[in-house]
Design a protein around this ligand. Structure first.
Ligand code: ADP
Length: 394
């Protein structure tokens, strides 16, 4: 059976057509710059790659173009071969603790929580509607970034603020990257040769966006992102945790309104803010090689905060079988993994320097005598979306 996994942004549409249950990728690609005259349509299948620059005014046009290509390139004989479409949706609020078949009520609920994710949920809905119109008879499933974290208990998800902020406006910790954290925790159980119910793992999803998650028996019990993806550890351009009073202070000093200051915390902080150089980990590690002090500070600040969260989650879990590294930096930047591991000596963690040279491949990167295993696990959100789609449309 063939299933399409979709991630729609405001001007982009990423897609992967998978054969299930083999989980083999048939085609993948992305449409970028939707709405502009020079939109880019890229599709990869087998060892071939096809790139076209043309005007793609809407997501509907992008979806129809994709479906036409699947037929014209003989990847599909008929569109009926696609049995389900799974959509990534960023925010499910408290409505969704699992993926769900998309109905009118589900669309209403995604709309209702749109003010919690104003940049993402409306874009995700645009993708859902475009596929609904192009493939009206095919079932679709929504897979939420927040759903995996709905198992956090109240003490964990509540902020210590006026209670009415929660009841009136839904102010609480939601957490993100749930699909990735879930996938990696399942792979970790497999690598540990244990049942998922018997595992305690800490996942470090470190990409441009980054979050940690404490997973007990396959359930998220805490995560570092919060009400929005701004909190937790420093990221490419996001600050991670800061004293919120800084917002008012800078607003007054720099004569900026709250939106502008929050924008700087989202887009001008983290790696970029401290280094003054780049939000990209590769650029920073190059600068570290040259001895650039601010870049050293940027990567060390992130390393310290990752280790601090690991310490807290080790206590929250009551011990831990494995610490897993995933996403762009977690999978590729051995330098960052080493920075973190160097701070975990008190937990008996020992990094194997040779194995830590690995990039993008499932590997145990700790030594035999390390008290907690360190695992490198490439994430795969598309496979999780496809698995949930198959599970729910059957
Ligand atoms: P997101 O999905 O949040 O946009 P990614 O998971 O793609 O982010 O991660 C992007 C980050 O991964 C960038 O900082 C990039 O430099 C880093 N990265 C990717 N490949 C490598 C590599 N080979 N070595 C070091 N860092 C890498």
């Amino acid at each position: 059976m063939k299933v399409m996994a979709v991630n729609a942004g405001s001007s982009s549409l990423k897609f992967q057509l998978l054969d299930m249950p083999s989980e083999m990728v048939i085609v993948s690609g992305v449409v970028e710059r939707i709405g502009l005259n020079d939109s880019i349509f890229t599709i990869k299948f087998g060892d071939k790659k096809n790139k076209e620059i043309t005007s793609i005014p809407t997501h509907n046009v992008a979806v129809n173009m994709l479906l036409d290509k699947l037929l014209n390139l003989n990847i599909l004989k008929s569109l009926d071969e696609i049995e389900g479409v799974g959509h990534r949706v960023v925010h499910g609020g408290e409505y969704f603790s699992d993926s769900v078949v998309i109905t009118d009520e589900v669309v209403d609920a995604i709309n209702k929580v749109s003010d919690l994710a104003p940049l993402h949920n409306p874009a995700n809905l645009t993708g859902i509607k475009a596929f609904q119109e192009a493939l009206p008879n095919i079932k679709a499933v929504a897979v939420f970034d927040t759903a995996f974290h709905q198992t956090m208990d109240q003490v964990t998800y509540m902020y210590s603020v006026p209670y009415e902020w929660y009841t009136k406006y839904g102010v609480r910790k939601y957490g993100f990257h749930g699909t990735s954290h879930k996938y990696v925790s399942l792979r970790a159980a497999d690598m540990l040769n244990k049942k998922i119910e018997d595992t305690k793992v800490i996942i470090c999803h470190i990409g441009n966006g980054a979050s940690l998650c404490a997973v007990n028996g396959g359930k998220s019990i805490d995560t570092s992102m919060g009400f929005t993806p701004l909190s937790g550890i420093p990221m490419g351009t996001r600050s991670g945790d800061i004293d919120p009073a800084i917002v008012q202070f800078i607003s007054q000093k720099e004569n900026k309104n709250l939106d502008e200051v929050i924008d700087e915390l989202n887009k001008k902080s983290g790696y970029l803010g401290l280094s003054g150089l780049s939000s990209d980990s590769r650029d920073l590690w190059e600068a570290v090689e040259r001895g650039d002090k601010k870049s050293i500070l940027a990567v060390e600040k992130q390393g310290k905060m990752i280790a601090d969260y690991i310490g807290a989650y080790y206590l929250a879990l009551g011990g831990c079988d494995a610490i897993c590294f995933t996403a762009g930096i977690g999978e590729n930047a051995g330098e960052t993994r080493k920075l973190v591991a160097d701070r975990l000596g008190a937990l008996g963690v020992k990094l194997d320097f040779e194995k830590n040279l690995t990039r993008g491949e499932e590997t145990v990167i700790s030594t035999e005598d390390s008290k907690i295993k360190l695992l490198l696990i490439p994430t795969n959100e598309e496979v999780m979306i496809a698995r949930d789609t198959v599970r729910l449309i059957k």
